[in-house]
Design a protein around this ligand. Structure first.
Ligand code: UGA
Length: 428
């Protein structure tokens, strides 16, 4: 079944807005994506895709006749039935989400006489919907509906996640608004969770918190494995096969990064604190993650001693593979620390440009990064790294040390080539 076409305005041409717009067009709707960044809109009009997201370019091209791009609010709203808000909500100094871009959209909405639903896709604190509802009412837009429709797409798989989600969450104040948002998704085969707006907002934050908790949990198990001689890769496999636990998000490593987890963990922590609740577990999850990013430095010290004058190859820079996103990437903390200790950093990534790593030398291939290095550190598990010819590399490195921050390599072949291999939570 496919949806009857609707007219949708999407505010925000970032990762979330573009994926939402392209996927809604793929479902047959007419979509206008609006952003304040003229350059970005011009690029999109010329068929360029301003972000790296697999499958997005094809989707935009395939649905070009149902997609328009503009900087103009009036043109975007036109006769839209839905106004999606997909603007950034970055953290402020306190950790609270900065909702200024959201309020700008709400306040810019022109007089709308017809039936229309404002849909929040941006991740916002619980209670935001109620505040937006009041603002709409104050502005004489009481007949305009409001719904929360959080996104659960992950970068690198966002198009697939949108079209084949585990669930669609729709929170609304009025059932008819929720019905409309649900209808907009006709054609997607997934369970739909209908609820109140506050619960939908909390589902988003709680889902991310649950995933982060699993990562910090397995990272702490890894640290205990290291101290006791167990191998966390086997341990994760062994506990993940318990259906009550499940195997996803049990990969130990150098900590989570990205544009969502670090921001959303602070936002939820602050949301709780603002209402007088100290969220102990989440605080621990955040702290464990900060410490985990620094453990690689300790490993380098234990093998190399002081790092001044040593050359360290950082392999992979993006916060995870298949994205160029460097936001809150552990590589930034790692490189900063290495440079502060006087090490030379040679860094490689197939797509991220490494512009955030001030003082590091960015090179074009992993082999170039490894040439003359005292240590290789795998920071992001790009598949290309599985193809390195370590036998050839052995003779070009100054010191054959591999710290595998993502446990992606098989230790034995490396060790038989004379490498010292250390993963995270695996016997050294
Ligand atoms: C995450 C969620 O997975 C999405 O469901 C959510 O919609 C999104 O945030 C968001 O709030 O917008 P994303 O940040 O793109 O998506 O990436 P993930 O694949 O979840 O990875 C996040 C971080 O966790 C990465 O740094 C990754 O390396 C790390 N990670 C993930 C681990 O260290 N171990 C794991 O087992 C899994």
């Amino acid at each position: 079944m496919s949806a009857s076409p609707h007219r949708v305005a999407v505010f925000g041409a970032g990762y979330v807005g573009l994926v939402t717009g392209a996927c809604l067009a793929e479902l047959g709707h007419d979509v206008v994506v609006r952003d304040v960044l003229r350059e970005r809109i011009d690029a999109l009009r010329h068929g360029e895709v301003p972000i790296y997201e697999p499958g997005l370019g094809e989707l935009l091209a395939r649905n070009a006749e149902r997609l328009r791009f503009t900087t103009d609010v009036g043109e975007a709203i036109g006769d839209a039935d839905f106004v999606y808000i997909a603007v950034g909500t970055p953290p402020t100094y306190s950790g609270d989400a900065d909702l200024s871009a959201v309020w700008t959209v709400v306040d810019e909405l022109p007089r709308i006489e017809r039936r229309c639903v404002v849909v929040m896709k941006s991740t916002v604190p619980v209670g935001t919907g109620t505040r937006v509802r009041h603002r709409l009412d104050e502005r004489g837009l009481g007949h305009v509906g409001y719904a929360s429709n959080p996104e659960f797409t992950a970068e690198g798989t966002a198009v697939r996640d949108f079209m084949h989600p585990d669930r669609i969450v729709v929170g609304a104040f009025r059932d008819e608004d929720g019905d409309l948002v649900q209808e907009l998704h006709a054609g997607i085969d997934a369970p739909v969770v209908r609820c109140d707006v506050a619960s939908a907002e909390m589902i988003k934050l709680a889902a991310n918190a649950a995933l982060m908790t699993r990562i910090s949990f397995i990272n702490e198990i890894a640290n205990v494995c290291e101290a006791t001689g167990a191998d966390v890769v086997r341990v994760a496999e062994g506990i993940g096969l318990d259906r009550r636990i499940g195997s996803a998000f049990l990969r130990a490593g150098i900590g989570f990064g990205g544009s969502c987890f670090p921001k959303d963990s602070l936002a939820l922590k602050q949301l709780a604190a603002n209402s007088g609740y100290h969220f102990q577990l989440l605080n621990a999850v955040i702290e464990v993650n900060e410490l985990q990013k620094r453990r690689v430095i300790g490993k380098l010290h234990s093998h190399l001693g002081p790092l001044r004058g040593k050359t360290v190859a950082l392999l992979g820079l993006a916060f995870k593979p298949h994205t160029d996103d460097m936001r809150e990437a552990p590589s930034i903390v790692l490189a900063g620390r290495l440079l502060a200790e006087g090490a030379d950093v040679r860094a490689w990534d197939p797509v991220a440009d490494g512009g955030d790593l001030h003082g590091a030398v960015i090179v074009a291939t992993p082999e170039e990064a490894l040439d003359g290095a005292d240590a290789a550190v795998i920071v992001t598990e790009w598949p290309q790294l599985a193809d390195i010819d370590w036998a050839a590399v052995a003779s070009t490195m100054r010191n054959p040390l591999v710290i595998d921050g993502r446990n992606m390599l098989d230790p034995e072949p490396l060790r038989s080539l004379g490498f010292v291999y250390e993963g995270i939570g695996r016997a050294a």
